[in-house]
Design a binder for this molecule. Structure first.
Ligand code: FES
Length: 136
């Protein structure tokens, strides 16, 4: 086998392998998991179980929602399930990121990178003393 034959054969094999792995491992369409509707809960920021929200970039999950602290007194809450295939997103300090296939979302829930096509649902937050209310 000469060099040209090898490259032709190898190239066709690699292309077939890439096509197969993408088709079977990474669906381009979003999953049917819907974001929680009727959300209304309160997080006690003084409770030790909620200590993640006492530092910038910290986050926690509650009722299908991820609540994150951007800065002191500035919180954001969006649906936790990635709109691609449903894995919980994480907060990285300035965006939400899904480690399953690399989708990312802004702090408003807007999709900034795929393969997810749809945004995360954003919820309202309001703080009174040490009580953080998250609601739709
Ligand atoms: S589940 Fe695929 S990018 Fe999130």
């Amino acid at each position: 086998m000469d060099r040209k034959e090898f490259l032709t054969l190898f190239g066709a094999g690699a292309a077939a392998l890439l096509y197969t792995s993408c088709v079977t491992g990474c669906q381009a369409t979003d999953n049917p998991i819907s974001a929680p509707a009727n959300v209304d809960f309160t997080v006690d920021l003084s409770a030790s179980g909620n200590a993640a929200l006492t530092r910038d970039g910290g986050y926690l999950y509650n009722s299908g929602v991820i609540v994150a602290r951007i800065a002191a007194g500035n919180f954001v809450a969006v649906s936790a399930a990635c709109t691609h295939q449903g894995q919980n997103v994480q907060f990285t300090g300035n965006q939400f990121y899904c480690s399953a296939h690399g989708s990312s979302f802004s702090t408003t829930g807007a999709r900034t990178a795929g393969p997810a096509n749809s945004p995360l649902r954003k919820y309202n937050t309001t703080i009174t003393g040490t009580s953080l209310r998250v609601f739709s």
